[in-house]
Design a protein around this ligand. Structure first.
Ligand code: SAH
Ligand code: MG
Length: 206
Protein backbone atom coordinates (compact mmCIF):
# COMPACT_ATOMS: atom_id res chain seq x y z
CA UNK A 1 0.00 0.00 0.00
CA UNK A 2 2.67 2.54 1.03
CA UNK A 3 4.68 1.62 -2.03
CA UNK A 4 1.70 2.14 -4.32
CA UNK A 5 0.94 5.50 -2.69
CA UNK A 6 4.57 6.61 -3.19
CA UNK A 7 4.42 5.53 -6.82
CA UNK A 8 1.22 7.56 -7.32
CA UNK A 9 2.72 10.60 -5.58
CA UNK A 10 5.72 10.47 -7.88
CA UNK A 11 3.55 10.04 -10.94
CA UNK A 12 1.31 12.94 -9.91
CA UNK A 13 4.32 15.19 -9.33
CA UNK A 14 5.82 14.28 -12.70
CA UNK A 15 2.53 14.73 -14.58
CA UNK A 16 1.33 17.79 -12.65
CA UNK A 17 -1.79 16.08 -11.30
CA UNK A 18 -3.13 18.03 -8.30
CA UNK A 19 -3.64 15.19 -5.82
CA UNK A 20 -4.23 15.91 -2.15
CA UNK A 21 -1.15 17.68 -0.81
CA UNK A 22 1.25 16.36 1.77
CA UNK A 23 0.24 19.15 4.20
CA UNK A 24 -3.42 18.10 4.02
CA UNK A 25 -2.78 14.41 4.24
CA UNK A 26 -3.05 14.08 8.01
CA UNK A 27 -6.23 16.16 8.30
CA UNK A 28 -7.78 14.16 5.51
CA UNK A 29 -6.90 10.81 7.07
CA UNK A 30 -8.05 11.88 10.53
CA UNK A 31 -11.40 13.05 9.16
CA UNK A 32 -11.97 9.70 7.45
CA UNK A 33 -10.97 7.70 10.51
CA UNK A 34 -13.10 9.79 12.87
CA UNK A 35 -16.17 9.51 10.66
CA UNK A 36 -15.80 5.79 9.93
CA UNK A 37 -18.15 6.27 6.96
CA UNK A 38 -19.99 3.57 5.02
CA UNK A 39 -21.11 5.43 1.90
CA UNK A 40 -18.49 7.74 0.49
CA UNK A 41 -18.87 10.07 -2.47
CA UNK A 42 -15.88 11.68 -4.15
CA UNK A 43 -16.00 14.30 -6.90
CA UNK A 44 -12.73 14.35 -8.86
CA UNK A 45 -10.92 10.98 -8.96
CA UNK A 46 -7.86 12.03 -10.98
CA UNK A 47 -5.45 9.08 -10.72
CA UNK A 48 -7.27 7.55 -7.76
CA UNK A 49 -4.91 8.70 -5.01
CA UNK A 50 -7.46 10.14 -2.58
CA UNK A 51 -9.90 7.34 -3.46
CA UNK A 52 -7.26 4.86 -2.34
CA UNK A 53 -6.77 6.75 0.93
CA UNK A 54 -10.54 6.81 1.45
CA UNK A 55 -10.66 3.05 0.87
CA UNK A 56 -7.71 2.36 3.15
CA UNK A 57 -8.85 4.43 6.13
CA UNK A 58 -12.59 3.64 6.00
CA UNK A 59 -14.20 0.53 7.51
CA UNK A 60 -13.80 -2.65 5.49
CA UNK A 61 -17.47 -2.62 4.53
CA UNK A 62 -17.42 0.95 3.19
CA UNK A 63 -17.91 1.74 -0.48
CA UNK A 64 -16.58 4.67 -2.46
CA UNK A 65 -18.30 6.18 -5.46
CA UNK A 66 -15.98 8.56 -7.28
CA UNK A 67 -16.55 10.72 -10.35
CA UNK A 68 -14.14 11.72 -13.10
CA UNK A 69 -14.69 13.22 -16.52
CA UNK A 70 -11.20 13.02 -17.98
CA UNK A 71 -10.76 9.68 -19.79
CA UNK A 72 -7.03 9.66 -19.52
CA UNK A 73 -7.20 10.21 -15.75
CA UNK A 74 -9.78 7.44 -15.53
CA UNK A 75 -7.46 5.01 -17.26
CA UNK A 76 -4.61 5.99 -14.97
CA UNK A 77 -6.86 5.53 -11.94
CA UNK A 78 -7.98 2.10 -13.17
CA UNK A 79 -4.39 1.04 -13.65
CA UNK A 80 -3.21 2.23 -10.22
CA UNK A 81 -6.26 1.02 -8.33
CA UNK A 82 -6.00 -2.33 -10.08
CA UNK A 83 -2.80 -2.89 -8.13
CA UNK A 84 -4.62 -2.90 -4.80
CA UNK A 85 -7.20 -5.26 -3.30
CA UNK A 86 -8.92 -2.10 -2.03
CA UNK A 87 -10.11 -1.58 -5.59
CA UNK A 88 -13.16 -3.66 -4.79
CA UNK A 89 -14.44 -0.87 -2.52
CA UNK A 90 -14.18 1.75 -5.26
CA UNK A 91 -16.40 2.48 -8.25
CA UNK A 92 -15.47 5.20 -10.72
CA UNK A 93 -18.36 6.91 -12.51
CA UNK A 94 -17.30 8.48 -15.82
CA UNK A 95 -18.51 11.80 -17.16
CA UNK A 96 -19.20 15.30 -15.93
CA UNK A 97 -19.88 15.22 -12.19
CA UNK A 98 -22.63 17.85 -12.44
CA UNK A 99 -24.55 15.56 -14.78
CA UNK A 100 -23.79 12.38 -12.87
CA UNK A 101 -24.91 14.03 -9.61
CA UNK A 102 -28.15 15.20 -11.22
CA UNK A 103 -28.83 11.62 -12.32
CA UNK A 104 -27.96 10.08 -8.93
CA UNK A 105 -29.97 12.59 -6.94
CA UNK A 106 -33.08 11.71 -8.99
CA UNK A 107 -32.73 8.10 -7.81
CA UNK A 108 -34.69 7.45 -4.60
CA UNK A 109 -32.07 4.89 -3.55
CA UNK A 110 -29.60 7.72 -2.99
CA UNK A 111 -31.81 9.95 -0.84
CA UNK A 112 -30.04 10.42 2.50
CA UNK A 113 -27.38 7.97 1.42
CA UNK A 114 -23.87 9.42 1.68
CA UNK A 115 -22.24 9.93 5.07
CA UNK A 116 -18.92 11.24 3.74
CA UNK A 117 -18.26 13.48 0.75
CA UNK A 118 -14.97 14.71 -0.69
CA UNK A 119 -15.36 17.51 -3.21
CA UNK A 120 -12.23 18.11 -5.29
CA UNK A 121 -13.13 18.81 -8.93
CA UNK A 122 -13.99 22.01 -10.84
CA UNK A 123 -13.73 24.79 -8.23
CA UNK A 124 -16.29 27.01 -9.96
CA UNK A 125 -18.85 24.21 -9.75
CA UNK A 126 -18.71 23.66 -5.99
CA UNK A 127 -22.03 25.48 -5.27
CA UNK A 128 -23.75 23.42 -7.97
CA UNK A 129 -22.24 20.15 -6.69
CA UNK A 130 -23.29 20.90 -3.12
CA UNK A 131 -26.82 21.84 -4.16
CA UNK A 132 -27.17 18.50 -5.90
CA UNK A 133 -25.54 16.54 -3.10
CA UNK A 134 -27.65 17.95 -0.24
CA UNK A 135 -30.66 15.62 -0.65
CA UNK A 136 -28.27 12.66 -0.88
CA UNK A 137 -26.62 13.41 2.47
CA UNK A 138 -27.35 11.20 5.44
CA UNK A 139 -28.73 12.91 8.55
CA UNK A 140 -25.18 13.15 9.83
CA UNK A 141 -22.45 13.51 7.26
CA UNK A 142 -18.98 14.94 6.81
CA UNK A 143 -18.17 17.10 3.82
CA UNK A 144 -14.54 17.74 2.90
CA UNK A 145 -13.99 20.45 0.31
CA UNK A 146 -10.52 20.94 -1.15
CA UNK A 147 -8.96 24.12 -2.54
CA UNK A 148 -11.59 26.41 -1.00
CA UNK A 149 -9.05 29.18 -0.37
CA UNK A 150 -7.78 29.03 -3.96
CA UNK A 151 -4.25 30.38 -3.69
CA UNK A 152 -5.30 32.67 -0.89
CA UNK A 153 -7.62 34.80 -3.04
CA UNK A 154 -10.89 33.65 -1.47
CA UNK A 155 -10.36 35.25 1.94
CA UNK A 156 -8.15 38.09 0.72
CA UNK A 157 -9.26 41.72 0.38
CA UNK A 158 -7.10 41.96 -2.69
CA UNK A 159 -8.73 41.66 -6.09
CA UNK A 160 -7.93 38.35 -7.78
CA UNK A 161 -6.53 38.37 -11.32
CA UNK A 162 -9.29 38.63 -13.91
CA UNK A 163 -9.06 35.02 -14.99
CA UNK A 164 -9.81 33.82 -11.45
CA UNK A 165 -12.62 36.27 -10.73
CA UNK A 166 -15.48 33.82 -11.30
CA UNK A 167 -13.86 30.95 -9.42
CA UNK A 168 -13.12 33.16 -6.42
CA UNK A 169 -16.64 34.59 -6.43
CA UNK A 170 -18.15 31.11 -6.56
CA UNK A 171 -15.89 29.73 -3.84
CA UNK A 172 -16.93 32.64 -1.59
CA UNK A 173 -20.57 31.80 -2.30
CA UNK A 174 -19.73 28.18 -1.56
CA UNK A 175 -18.25 29.00 1.86
CA UNK A 176 -21.43 30.93 2.64
CA UNK A 177 -23.46 27.87 1.64
CA UNK A 178 -21.36 25.67 3.94
CA UNK A 179 -22.00 28.11 6.79
CA UNK A 180 -25.72 27.82 6.12
CA UNK A 181 -25.68 24.06 6.61
CA UNK A 182 -26.17 24.41 10.32
CA UNK A 183 -23.25 22.19 11.21
CA UNK A 184 -19.75 23.40 11.80
CA UNK A 185 -17.15 24.17 9.21
CA UNK A 186 -13.47 24.42 9.93
CA UNK A 187 -11.14 25.62 7.21
CA UNK A 188 -7.59 24.36 7.39
CA UNK A 189 -5.15 26.60 5.59
CA UNK A 190 -2.80 23.70 4.95
CA UNK A 191 -2.29 23.22 1.25
CA UNK A 192 -4.85 25.19 -0.74
CA UNK A 193 -7.54 25.32 1.94
CA UNK A 194 -9.37 22.21 3.09
CA UNK A 195 -12.83 22.74 4.61
CA UNK A 196 -14.19 20.10 6.98
CA UNK A 197 -17.93 20.39 7.56
CA UNK A 198 -20.03 18.41 10.01
CA UNK A 199 -23.47 18.30 8.41
CA UNK A 200 -26.47 17.74 10.69
CA UNK A 201 -29.78 17.59 8.85
CA UNK A 202 -31.68 18.52 12.04
CA UNK A 203 -29.87 21.84 12.21
CA UNK A 204 -30.21 22.57 8.53
CA UNK A 205 -33.02 24.97 7.71
CA UNK A 206 -33.03 24.07 4.00
N1 SAH B 1 -9.13 13.93 -5.56
C1 SAH B 1 -7.91 13.67 -6.30
C2 SAH B 1 -7.47 14.86 -7.15
C3 SAH B 1 -8.53 15.41 -8.04
S1 SAH B 1 -7.90 16.62 -9.17
C4 SAH B 1 -6.81 13.33 -5.32
O1 SAH B 1 -6.65 14.07 -4.32
O2 SAH B 1 -6.11 12.35 -5.51
C5 SAH B 1 -9.40 17.16 -9.88
C6 SAH B 1 -10.01 16.17 -10.88
O3 SAH B 1 -11.34 16.59 -11.12
C7 SAH B 1 -9.31 16.14 -12.24
O4 SAH B 1 -8.90 14.82 -12.55
C8 SAH B 1 -10.36 16.62 -13.22
O5 SAH B 1 -10.33 15.92 -14.46
C9 SAH B 1 -11.64 16.30 -12.47
N2 SAH B 1 -12.77 17.12 -12.88
C10 SAH B 1 -12.78 18.46 -13.12
N3 SAH B 1 -13.99 18.87 -13.45
C11 SAH B 1 -14.80 17.79 -13.43
C12 SAH B 1 -16.17 17.58 -13.71
N4 SAH B 1 -16.96 18.59 -14.08
N5 SAH B 1 -16.66 16.33 -13.58
C13 SAH B 1 -15.86 15.30 -13.20
N6 SAH B 1 -14.55 15.44 -12.94
C14 SAH B 1 -14.03 16.67 -13.05
MG1 MG C 1 -7.57 19.52 -4.69
Amino acid sequence: MQELLREMENYAAAQGVPIIRAQEHEIFVRAVQAAAPQHILEIGTAIGYSALLLAYYSPETAEILTMEKDERRMREAASFLGQSPLQKKIRVLPGDAGETLARLSADPAYQGYFDFVFIDAAKGQYPDYLQKILPMLADRAVILSDNVLFRGYVLSEEKPPRRYKTIVKRLRAYLTMLDGLGGQTKIYENGDGLAVTAFRRNDYAG
